[in-house]
Write a protein that binds this ligand. Structure first.
Ligand code: UD1
Length: 333
């Protein structure tokens, strides 16, 4: 049986592909390289010494997807495809709603047609908006997302809940990622944002490698221990392993809709990140304090105990691992 991975050449999809292959699973990757590179597929093969099928297909292309389901014996789908740049989503809301939501619906329709009903969805802590309290549990209130990207995640979650309500033979896992960072320990694959990065870790890495002059820290007057924003950074390999555990859960339970936070449960400030990065790599990260970034929240970190209890999954890598591996990828590539 095959596991279909849409967006499998992307940052989280490629790391999950490796974990699936290491777990002796057959995988099929679908990607249209809208925000990823062909070379990643070769790197996955190099790291795992395993082969897999690949289709260069846009996941909104129903006909092409239908053919893939005809040709293969697909058991489950992991959907990593989708646009993910928060700032860009505020400039191009229609493109974001169309790509992320139409893509998910198309995929689900084709799955239904072929009676494939195990689905794992990449959601985000962004669905919690500005949390009323931390740590955030899966029962915390969702909604009031601050950008169209976040709203696409929220809407797709709702679509999945409605789908499950209409037919409880579906088997769905919604995984809410906190802040994924780091890269595979080989340094062969990692995060490659287009243009100037928006997220903290890719920005720090570029400052350390001197391709950007200094980090701008967006505000030091938040109600946090040192005034800078606090987040739950999680190593992408730990995150990838969470998907294997979620798949095993769906295979074991056979029918249900499950929601899990995937985070470490620890909050680190921007200054903690700068210090940890300098310690882990020996590189300097010059910074200046600037105004707050609109839409940012002060504190966001998870309560990951549900995933630990029900999936037997726990993030294991440290902040130092996250920094070292992010740096390794940049210095190798
Ligand atoms: C953002 C998105 C979230 C998305 C996540 C992906 C918003 C509101 N949220 O989260 O939807 O899922 O990215 O990882 O945009 N920072 C700086 N300087 C920088 C960059 C960031 O000080 O140059 C600070 C931010 O103010 C924040 C922290 O670093 O306190 C983390 O920022 P970032 O990596 O962009 O992630 P989030 O804002 O948490």
């Amino acid at each position: 049986m095959d596991i279909l991975i849409t967006g499998g050449a992307g940052y989280i999809g490629s790391h999950t592909a490796i974990e699936l292959l290491n777990n002796k699973r057959n995988i099929i990757i679908v990607d249209n390289f809208s925000n990823s590179k062909k070379e990643v597929l070769e790197k996955i093969k190099e790291i795992t010494k395993k082969d897999f099928k690949f289709y260069e297909v846009d996941y909104k292309n129903e006909k092409a997807l239908d053919k893939i389901f005809e040709e293969n014996n697909i058991e489950a789908v992991m959907n990593f495809a989708g646009y993910k740049a928060v700032g860009e989503s505020t400039q191009k809301p229609l493109e974001y709603y169309e790509n992320n939501i139409t893509g998910a619906i198309t995929l689900l329709k084709v799955m239904k047609k072929h009676n494939v009903k195990k689905f794992i969805f990449s959601s985000s802590a962004t669905v919690y908006g500005n949390p009323e309290k931390v740590p955030i549990t899966e029962e915390s209130k969702t909604g009031e997302t601050t950008n169209p990207y976040g709203t696409t995640k929220l809407y797709i979650e709702q679509i999945l809940k409605d789908l499950y309500k209409s037919d409880n033979t579906w088997d769905i896992a919604i995984l809410r990622y906190f802040n994924p960072v780091g890269s595979h320990e080989s340094g062969l694959i990692g995060e490659e944002p287009n243009g100037i990065p928006n997220n903290l870790m890719p920005y720090i890495v570029r400052v350390a490698s001197k391709s950007l002059k200094e980090l701008s820290i967006f505000g030091n007057d938040y109600d946090t221990k040192d005034g800078t924003g606090v987040r739950d950074y999680i190593h992408v390999v730990d995150l990838a392993k969470g998907h294997i555990k979620a798949l095993e859960k769906l295979e074991k339970e056979n029918q249900g809709l499950y929601i899990y936070n995937l985070g470490t449960g620890k909050g680190y400030s921007v200054l903690d990140m700068v210090k940890a990065f300098e310690k882990a790599t020996g590189q300097k990260v010059p910074y200046k304090i600037v105004d707050r970034r609109p839409g940012d929240i002060a504190i966001c970190y998870s309560d990951p105990s549900k995933a630990q209890k029900e999936l037997n999954w726990k993030a294991e890598k440290t902040l130092i691992d996250m920094c070292k591996d992010s740096w390794k990828y940049i210095t190798r590539s």
